[in-house]
Design a protein around this ligand. Structure first.
Ligand code: CAA
Length: 260
């Protein structure tokens, strides 16, 4: 698939999606969000792809937010539709059925931070900066930042970031659990690819069901979430990969998973 503002590369079962509007620090306008939606829907249905890495083009920005020039002229109704579109992109990442790793290679602000936190995990380059600066523009986060950020770093820390609009650096993002790891910029994609390769070597069905258990279970109370986990666990036993994984362990050999 060809896009104007997004680059898509698929190699060794890893899809790398690069937001590519360097002149606007990869900011998300409507066209880019529509392309992202089409891209993620395609990746969801592409069985060749097992892990997705998201990043931004260049060395300065992951994504510097929703496009402010685009948003300036919005009305309440078109603003609501824009927020719904952004939220649909984030929800599609969560519902992709395969792990998505954010390679945060610079500014991840506003919609860019919201994009990163819709991913399953985040690795950051040492120059990365995170923030929800919307209050500086007289608005609030609209791509689910007020909802996902407190779920990841807690209500107090999320409130501080959202109410002050302050940016934090990669070291602070690591300290508060917003990112899994901080690496030098030239090693960021390699580090993400190494995690992706480890995930790909495991049972794809089990990886998929564990993503669903984590993502959907976090929206339930503990009793319902545990029941849901038990159902996902049970579903693994319908897959040849479960038989192969357990047989391989008992036969002391490496499993040959088929992804079924
Ligand atoms: N939208 C549109 N254009 C943007 C942009 C954005 N979010 N962020 C940067 N750009 C553009 C700048 O306008 C500039 O364009 P020109 O060269 O044509 O002037 C270009 O990218 C380079 O940016 P700067 O010159 O500002 O670069 P800098 O190094 O001085 O500063 C920055 C970098 C701190 C990231 C700064 O660009 C900045 O603060 N950007 C805005 C960040 C922001 O407020 N994001 C939140 C948007 S609101 C949102 O996302 C709402 C939501 O939840 C849905």
């Amino acid at each position: 698939m060809q896009f104007t503002n997004i680059l898509l590369e698929i190699e060794s079962r890893i899809a790398t999606v690069t937001f590519n509007r360097p002149k606007a620090l990869n900011a998300l306008n409507q066209e880019t969000l529509l392309e992202a939606l089409a891209c993620f829907r395609e990746l969801k249905n592409n069985d060749e792809v097992q892990v997705v890495i998201l990043t931004g083009s260049g060395t300065k920005a992951f994504v510097a937010g929703a496009d402010i020039a685009f948003m300036r002229e919005l009305t309440p109704l078109t603003a609501r539709n824009f927020a719904f579109l952004g939220q649909k992109v984030m929800n599609t990442i969560e519902g992709l059925g395969k792990p998505v790793i954010a390679a945060v290679n610079g500014f991840a602000l506003g919609g860019g931070c919201e994009l990163a936190i819709a991913c399953d995990m985040r690795l950051a380059s040492d120059n990365a900066k995170f923030g929800q600066p919307e209050v500086n523009l007289g608005v609030i986060p609209g791509f689910a930042g007020t909802q996902r950020l407190p779920r990841i770093i807690g209500k107090g820390r999320a409130s501080e970031l959202i109410f002050t609009g302050d940016m934090i650096d990669a070291a602070e993002a690591y300290r508060i659990g917003l990112v899994n790891r901080v690496v030098p910029q030239d090693q960021l994609l390699l580090a993400c690819q190494a995690i992706a390769a480890r995930i790909i070597s495991r049972g794809p069905v089990a990886v998929r069901l564990s993503k669903e258990a984590i993502t959907n279970g976090m929206e339930m109370d503990l009793a319902r979430a545990c029941a849901y986990e038990a159902d996902q666990f049970a579903l693994c036993f319908a897959s040849p990969d479960q038989k192969e994984g357990m047989e391989a362990f008992l036969e002391k050999r490496t499993p040959r998973f088929q992804g079924k």
